[in-house]
Design a protein around this ligand. Sequence first.
Ligand SMILES: Cc1cc2nc3c(=O)[nH]c(=O)nc-3n(C[C@H](O)[C@H](O)[C@H](O)COP(=O)(O)OP(=O)(O)OC[C@H]3O[C@@H](n4cnc5c(N)ncnc54)[C@H](O)[C@@H]3O)c2cc1C
Length: 339
Amino acid sequence: MNPFSWQACDSVDAATGALNEHTKAVAGGTNLLDLMKAGVMRPPALAHVAGLPLAAIEDDGAGGLRLGATAHNADTAYHLLVRERYPLLTAAILAGASPQIRNMATNGGNLLQRTRCHYFYDTAVACNKRSPGSGCAAIGGLTRYHAILGASEHCIATHPSDMCVALAALDAVVHVRSVRGARAIAFQDFHRLPGDHPEQDSTLAADELITHIALPDASRFVNNSVYLKFRDRASYAFALVSAAAALDVGADGIVRDARVALGGVAHKPWRMRAAELALIGETATLPNFEKVADLLLAGAVPQRDNAFKLSMARRAVVRALEQALNGTIDNTDAGEQHE
Ligand SMILES: Cc1cc2nc3c(=O)[nH]c(=O)nc-3n(C[C@H](O)[C@H](O)[C@H](O)COP(=O)(O)OP(=O)(O)OC[C@H]3O[C@@H](n4cnc5c(N)ncnc54)[C@H](O)[C@@H]3O)c2cc1C
C-alpha cells in the first residue's frame, strides 16, 4: 500500500474544499480501498465523506425522492418510500453485491464504482483506463465480460453497477457541488462512453462532490416494473447482462410510457429513448417487445468471447418487458433482516 493522507470531512464545505485531482473522496470504501490495495489507484490523499449530513432519503413534495449521496445502499433499498415508489430501484440494488457490502456501500460510491474488467485490475498488463495511452489488453484477450455496445478502439470495459441501470431507467438526476457552485447532471449524461478517454468514467469534475440523486415521480410505473440480472452465479456476482423495464399500460393494453435500460453491455447503462418510443402508443405484445430489443441492440459489436451477450440481452429485454406487463417483481425477500 502506498502512503496517503486522510481527512475526515464533517461538512460539505470541508469536503468540496478538499477535493481535487490528487484528493479523492472515499465513502464506504468498498471499491476505492480495494483498488488501492491492488495498486490500481494511488491517490495521495483521501477525503472521507461518509460522515457528511447527506444520508437523508426525502420526499421532494412532487411525488419524487431525493436520495442522499452518503445513504447506504441497503438503507436506500429498504427505505419504505423507495420500496413504495421505486420497487425497480429496490430490486436493482438488492440484486447487487452482498448484504454486508450493501450495508457499507453508499449511493454516491455506487455511481462511481469502477469497471470490473480484469485487465484494469491486473497492473502487469496494458490498460488505457488505468494508464492512458498504454493500450488495451482486453481487446483480443478474454472478452466474456466485455462490452458489445458503445465500445471504442481504446476500451471495451463495462460499467458494473446494478443500481445505475435502474436509475437510468427512472430518469434520475445527479446533484453535485464544488467550490465553484452546484449543478445537476441528467443520469444519461453522468457516465461516459470510453471514446478516446476511457480513463474518465463520468462527467464529474475532480473537485465535485455528489450530494444527492433526485428521482422524479414514477408512480405510473410502480405496478409494472422489473429488474432482471443474468450472471454466472445466483448471488455475489456482477451482471453478464441485466435489464430494467418499466411500463405504463392502459386498460386497453396500449403502452402509454415505457422505460428500458441494459446493464453489463456497455461503458454505461444502455438506454435509448428511440427504442422506448417505438412501443408508446402500441400494444404491449411480444412482437413489439422484440422490436424494442432489436432497436436497443442495433449496432452491437460482440468481442471474440461474448457473442452470447447479444442473444442474452435481447432475451433479457423481452423477458423483462413481459414480466413487467404481468406485474412488479419484489425481490426484497420478506424474511430478510437488514441489520
Ligand atoms: C465483492 C464485491 C461484489 C460486488 N458486487 C456488486 C454487484 O453485483 N453489483 C453492483 O452494482 N455492485 C457490486 N459491488 C460494488 C459495490 O456496489 C460498490 O463497491 C459500492 O457501491 C461503492 O460504494 P462505496 O461507498 O463503498 O464507494 P467508495 O469505494 O468509497 O468510492 C467509490 C468511488 O466513488 C467516489 N465517491 C464516493 N462518494 C462520492 C461522493 N459523494 N462524491 C463524489 N465521489 C464519491 C470515490 O472517490 C471513488 O472513486 C461489489 C463490490 C464488491 C467488493
